[in-house]
Design a protein. Structure first.
Length: 182
């Protein structure tokens, strides 16, 4: 398990990588402080938690307690949330600072719904994102073909009783080494 700081708008956000689940957990109080600018973010989060519980929201049930380093340098238990839960919390924060993030989440959600109805849009989005990252057309084509080949191969493996994650990892690594020479 790894604990690291992330910086958002000059403020530190404590986060923790859970290797078993393969996901990040973020300090809810740190996020609340950034989104609201509150000088008492713990109180703000406490009030918001109570409001969410009264409204019947299941968000609080998904909060985990983690020991994260506090300002005094000691490990203290704090509420933490994974990315999905954090997005739901952000949507509940009535703050002008949260509004740009809420608009972005709405746009991303809308785009995702469009991609579900027309999967070609997600392929085009992937291509555009790689172009923005500076990848060449040749690299993008190889990557996309590699994904298609990998999908066909993993379907084949499933039908031939390759089940263990380690087996998938080894076979995937072989494919990656052949494709990238790394």
């Amino acid at each position: 398990m790894t604990t690291k700081l992330a910086i958002f708008e000059g403020k530190e956000i404590r986060r923790h990588w859970n290797e078993k689940e393969e996901k990040w957990y973020f300090s809810v109080v740190d996020i609340i402080q950034v989104l609201t600018g509150s000088s008492i973010p713990r109180r703000y989060w406490s009030d918001l938690k109570n409001k969410l519980v009264k409204e019947g929201s299941e968000v609080y049930e998904k909060i985990v307690q983690l020991k994260l380093k506090a300002e005094d340098g000691k490990l203290r238990i704090t509420d933490a949330a994974d990315t999905e839960t954090l997005f739901r919390i952000i949507q509940s924060v009535p703050s002008p600072k949260a509004e740009p993030l809420k608009l972005w989440l709405a746009r991303v959600g809308y785009e995702r719904l469009q991609e579900i109805s027309d999967p070609e849009k997600s392929v085009d989005r992937g291509r555009m994102n790689w172009q923005r990252m500076g990848r060449s057309g040749k690299w993008i084509q190889q990557r996309m073909m590699g994904q298609e080949i990998r999908n066909k191969l993993t379907d084949y493996w499933k039908s031939h009783d390759v089940e263990k994650q380690d087996e998938y990892a080894i076979l995937t690594n072989i494919i990656h080494e052949e494709w990238s020479d790394l």
